[in-house]
Design a protein around this ligand. Structure first.
Ligand SMILES: [Zn+2]
Length: 256
């Protein structure tokens, strides 16, 4: 049984064939997922999805692209949303110096404010970090009580080991199946199995052989299969281990 630890199933690209996707997920053995917010509307949508479907849980927060909307008023709204029992994390939050749509200082400020909220509420976080490894780790170290996952991990093995040492998890998307995915492969091979999460990040990051197409949660077993191959295990073993890891991190009850 597979758990997609990072999906954006509220994306408008899923509106037309939503029911078909749910049927495909069931068929693929994907029995649970975390729907992740990027801004206020998608955070509210995540909560709504989690209310509607018993196998969906939600994260709320502002992605670095939305960092310029994070102020005390927005934090207060997220604090309210977090009172919902099916909200299990703050995310996705973090730093993106690749696109840098928002100035770095603004991104850092928003990241810190949301890490502080996670600390206050004793919730884990879902971190998006791209080309900002040093600042990302520095801010993580400012909040030693906060744990979480670096999703769609793109850093080095050394940094992954640093995160694991701090009790964090590493999330892998379809990128690990790409031919040029040397770095992600190295990390997926070498970190402890009990620190690995799998995810689609759908509608983005479709795994091979669907690369470039719209991704959806029914494809997360392809990520598990690749990691299984790297580690000499069965895909089901990776599915089971990563589901347990996600349930442990996000405090999601068993069943379903
Ligand atoms: Zn995402």
């Amino acid at each position: 049984m597979y758990l997609d630890s990072h999906a954006h199933l509220d994306d408008e690209r899923f509106q037309k064939d939503f029911e078909e996707i749910l049927a495909r997920m069931k068929h693929s053995g994907v029995t649970a997922m975390m729907n992740i917010g990027c801004d206020l509307p998608s955070s509210e949508n995540s909560v709504r999805l989690a209310e509607t479907y018993p196998w969906v849980w939600a994260a709320v927060g502002s992605h670095p692209d939305d960092a310029d909307h994070v102020d005390e008023a927005r934090i207060a709204v997220y604090r309210e949303l977090c009172k919902h029992p099916r909200v299990k994390a703050i995310g996705e939050i973090g730093l993106d110096y690749h696109y840098e749509d928002v100035p770095r200082e603004v991104q850092k400020q928003a990241f810190r404010m949301q890490m502080a909220l996670a600390q206050e509420l004793s919730l884990p976080v879902v971190v998006h970090e791209r080309e900002a490894h040093e600042d990302g780790l520095r801010i993580v170290d400012e909040f030693p009580d906060v744990k979480g996952v670096f999703h769609c991990y793109s850093g080095s093995l050394e940094m992954a080991k640093e995160l694991v040492k701090r009790g964090w998890y590493i999330g892998f998307t379809g990128v690990v199946t790409f031919k040029n995915a040397r770095k992600a492969v190295e990390v997926a091979e070498n970190i402890p199995l009990d620190r690995i999460l799998i995810e689609t990040d759908c509608p983005y990051m479709a795994p091979e052989p669907y690369r470039g197409r719209r991704n959806d949660p029914s494809l997360v077993p392809f990520v598990a299969a690749k990691i299984a191959q790297l580690r000499g295990l069965a895909p089901e073993d990776i599915g089971k281990a990563t589901s347990e890891n996600a349930r442990r991190l996000f405090c999601i009850e068993e069943g379903k």
